[in-house]
Design a protein around this ligand. Structure first.
Ligand code: FES
Length: 129
């Protein structure tokens, strides 16, 4: 069933927009004059992907930098293990949190994103749920 979720003018070239349709959280992405719709939640640990970055057709998660192809929803790369720098300068409770977070990060599988068909009718962006 098709749902109008935005106006085409609401999405800048190369930009993203978070929308909802029924109970779905969707991230609309503009690439090359077309609109693509993927699930808003990262396939790793649920971060909101509209807060990440879009370069061409590659969407990068804001939390651990996992990357996805907005055309297919396919996961392109796993999370990145960031260097936190000089550990001695980080308070011990924070070091423990980073160790736990790192352990969970690498034990969580990264799923592909769900994609939705998109059409634009009279300037209205519609997704098929
Ligand atoms: Fe997106 Fe971890 S939550 S890469």
């Amino acid at each position: 069933m098709w749902h109008e979720v935005a106006k085409l003018d609401d999405i800048a070239p190369g930009g993203m927009k978070y929308v909802r349709a029924e109970d779905r959280e969707i991230c609309l992405c503009e690439y090359g004059g077309s609109i693509f719709a993927v699930s808003r939640r990262c396939g790793h640990q649920n971060a909101p992907l509209d807060q990440g970055s879009l370069e061409g057709w590659i969407l990068t998660c804001p939390l651990h930098d996992g990357q996805f192809d907005i055309r297919s929803g396919k996961n392109l790369s796993w999370p990145i293990d960031h260097d936190m720098g000089d550990e001695a300068a980080i308070p011990e409770p924070v070091q423990r949190y980073f160790k736990l977070e790192k352990r969970l990060q690498w034990k969580t599988r990264v799923h592909d994103l769900h994609t939705y068909p998109v059409r634009v009718t009279d300037g209205a962006v519609e997704v098929d749920i």
